[in-house]
Design a protein around this ligand. Structure first.
Ligand SMILES: Cc1cc2nc3c(=O)[nH]c(=O)nc-3n(C[C@H](O)[C@H](O)[C@H](O)COP(=O)(O)OP(=O)(O)OC[C@H]3O[C@@H](n4cnc5c(N)ncnc54)[C@H](O)[C@@H]3O)c2cc1C
Ligand code: SF4
Length: 318
């Protein structure tokens, strides 16, 4: 690894001023060779607090394990707790932060290999199209990149209607989580979100959940030390036993946390039960456009949605 200068910023302002940062994992893979690394973890809030409007504010430097163990989050936003405990390994959950998890770069093996200069590294092709694409997207596959977004926390954050507070040289702004992640175009393919180079995510702000039921379900090859193949968070806003509106967000299937409008339409006006769960799963995959080697993920996504709805209904899943 190339030698680099290290800056340990202790507040948001200094961190933004020092920014031109890159992740260590990509340095080890020789994807990035920065001259300077800025530690933002000591500059950002690491607390979880209630907001005056009945929601919760999570500092970006909060460790994943602290998010998992927080009883307020567990009570108000159980799908976030369910996602947090599935991430990586105990070591990763004790070191990784909410901000780092949401902003982690793609896991595509071509992106992670210095030999492959694809669109996301300034090249002019996507190697996954005619290559090994078994872990790539099955939705939003118009290109130019076919990654799946790697963040487990991003999915429940979008489903619960979170807003992200961002600071940069021009001050601060708030972005709905649903607008934070970007579908790839030739113009923006080098990034996965709306952050400018010198901006930082400082907080995830969750609204008061209201009268909702929620469910989260992940499918993985391995119980630990890996990313999911497909997963889903379902939020159902209830009127008695009937779903008024639902938000169905899938992970590991598209370049962004993928909101499934067909699945949401399948749940609206219906009770939560195994039949409506199956219908939502069917509707969710109606828009799938798999690549040459990943059609198997369609059934996994269908099952993830069905079981997330069943969990929201309080039903047992396998
Ligand atoms: C074996 C393994 C399995 C894993 N499994 C999963 C999984 O199942 N689900 C999952 O979601 N993740 C998984 N991960 C990824 C892991 O959760 C992330 O690597 C971790 O959360 C990163 O956190 P960090 O704080 O160390 O971020 P860093 O590695 O320090 O940063 C990650 C990226 O985010 C940027 N960044 C960090 N903080 C901010 C901020 N506040 N604002 C803007 N940009 C920022 C950095 O510049 C960098 O590009 C896995 C990782 C490994 C190694
Ligand atoms: S999927 Fe994206 S990151 Fe992977 S090779 Fe194609 S352009 Fe690169």
């Amino acid at each position: 690894m190339k030698a680099f200068a290290y800056v340990n910023a202790t507040n948001e302002k200094d961190a933004v001023a020092a920014l031109k940062t890159d992740g260590i994992a990509r340095m080890k893979d020789y994807i990035d060779t920065p001259d300077r690394v800025v530690n933002v973890k000591n500059a950002l809030d690491a607390t979880i607090a209630r907001t005056p409007d009945g929601g919760v504010k999570i500092g970006a430097a909060t460790k994943i394990i602290d998010l998992y163990e927080n009883q307020i989050v567990a009570r108000m936003y159980p799908a976030i707790t369910a996602a947090a405990i599935e991430i990586g390994t105990p070591q990763i959950r004790h070191q990784g932060t909410v901000g780092g998890n949401v902003n982690q770069r793609p896991r595509c093996w071509y992106f992670r290999n210095e030999e492959f200069v694809c669109y996301k590294k300034g090249g002019s092709r996507c190697f996954a199209v005619n290559g090994e694409n078994q872990y790539h997207a099955i939705f939003g596959n118009d290109g130019p990149s076919h990654i799946v977004h790697p963040s487990s926390l991003a999915v429940p954050f979008v489903a619960y209607g979170a807003r992200f507070r961002v600071v940069g040289p021009k001050g601060e702004r708030e972005v709905p989580a649903s607008d934070f992640f970007t579908m790839p175009t030739l113009a923006n393919v080098l990034k996965e979100n709306v952050l400018d180079d010198e901006e930082l995510l400082t907080h995830v702000i969750l609204p008061s959940p209201g009268n909702i039921r929620s469910g989260h379900y992940e499918v993985r090859y391995k119980a630990s030390h890996d990313w999911p193949l497909a997963f889903c968070t379902v939020i159902a806003i209830m009127n008695g036993n009937t779903v008024t509106t639902a938000r169905v967000v899938l992970g590991a299937v598209a370049p962004v946390p993928w909101r499934s409008r067909p699945a949401e339409a399948a749940l609206a006006g219906k009770p939560l039960n195994e039949d409506t769960a199956a219908a939502a799963g069917e509707a969710a995959v109606s828009e799938a456009k798999p690549m040459s080697g990943n059609a198997y993920k369609i059934q996994i996504a269908r099952t993830a949605v069905k079981r997330a709805v069943m969990r929201a209904a309080g039903l047992r899943t396998v």
